[in-house]
Write a protein that binds this ligand. Structure first.
Ligand SMILES: Cc1ncc(COP(=O)(O)O)c(C=O)c1O
Length: 337
């Protein structure tokens, strides 16, 4: 079969992914003179864009390859293990869509609200497993065992844990991988706050091919507007994520990717400075928790989230509302998690 036939692009991994046209178009519609297949008007010339007051375009695709390589090198991974996304939200959605649609998801509890919600969004059934407040929000093994079944496709956690700010200990990650191994499932570790941990740790994606890690520059780097995010995964999973993502966000805007690429060499220095700032602020909250009756927390390992528990039976929604009304202090009610 000639290599530009649509069917020649997909190996067995692609067979159940929709939208083969987009994979073919990305590989073959290069804008050359003999190309009658483009589905839009030619890109506006730089001088026309300038006249219209638009930013001058960057060559589509160029910063994408550079950013993939830079992220891969920083993480110690092969570039074919990187998928670029518009923030961690998009990265998580693409993972759920490709790896869990119509299946079964086991997600940590308490959880960042979007993660369990994504199961429903891709038509997957959801069970949750507990993180145990008495053990510093470590994974509760019996709860994990009950929620991961042979039908499970995706086991989902955050590291640092949102909301508690606690680290995912290596033994707990092993528990998750072992459970996923038995179910032939994937472990998704949302690492959007991992950069705040002290000392910094390598991405979980390096530890086992079943682990998929998502992240972005949005939270710990203060670059939310760039929407520069990524997935680290095994090459077969990246291929599936890429194929399904063509339905959602087939091309990322090159401008923000170029900015992300320019930022990366400065990332470690900035993170080191920010860690110091947040450690000092966390110490202030720690002092408040220690001296205040009726509250406790497991001191976060890093970052900007912490889970304060009320030990005197008061209702968290009411306490948060009153804290704002009476003191102008806004906390997120725990009921969201
Ligand atoms: C655990 C977690 N994942 C993902 C996100 C969203 O990240 P992004 O802004 O990169 O889409 C958040 C935002 O609060 C989060 O807490």
């Amino acid at each position: 079969m000639p290599t530009d036939e649509p069917g020649a692009l997909g190996g067995p991994d692609f067979l159940d992914a929709p939208f083969p046209y987009m994979r073919w178009a990305k590989a073959h519609l290069d804008g050359g003179p003999g190309n009658l297949g483009m589905s839009g008007v030619r890109p506006l010339a730089p001088e026309v864009r300038r006249e219209l007051g638009l930013a001058v375009p960057l060559e589509v695709g160029a910063p994408e390859a550079g950013l993939k390589s830079a992220l891969a090198e920083r993480a110690g991974l092969d570039p074919e293990r990187v998928f670029l996304a518009a923030g961690t939200s998009h990265a998580n959605f693409a993972v759920f869509l490709a790896l869990a649609r119509g299946g079964h998801v086991a997600c940590e509890r308490p959880a960042y609200e979007a993660l369990p919600a994504l199961a429903g969004a891709v038509g997957a059934r959801l069970d949750t497993f507990a993180r145990d407040p008495e053990r510093g929000w470590r994974i509760d093994p019996s709860s994990l065992a009950a929620s991961v079944t042979p039908e499970t496709d995706l086991v989902v956690v955050t590291d640092l844990h949102n909301p508690s700010g606690r680290r995912l200990e290596a033994e707990d990650l092993d528990l998750l991988v072992n459970a996923a191994e038995e179910a032939d499932a994937t472990v998704l570790v949302d690492e959007v706050y991992a950069g705040f941990d002290v000392p910094p740790r390598p991405t979980a994606a390096l530890r086992h091919p079943r682990i998929v890690a998502t992240n972005s520059l949005t939270k710990v780097h203060g670059l939310s507007d760039l929407r520069a995010g990524w997935v680290f995964a095994s090459p077969d999973r990246i291929a599936a994520i890429d194929a399904w993502n063509n339905l959602v966000h087939p091309v990322l805007p090159p401008g923000p990717l170029a900015d992300a690429l320019a930022y990366l060499p400065h990332a470690e220095e900035r993170l080191a400075a920010l860690r110091g700032v947040f450690e000092a602020r966390r110490a202030q909250v720690e002092a408040w928790v220690q001296r205040t009756p009726g509250v406790r927390w497991s001191t976060p390992h890093g970052g900007i989230t912490g889970l304060v528990e009320l030990t005197d039976g008061r209702d968290g929604d009411t306490v948060c509302r009153r804290a704002f009304e009476q003191h102008g202090v806004r906390g997120v009610p725990g009921s969201f998690f």
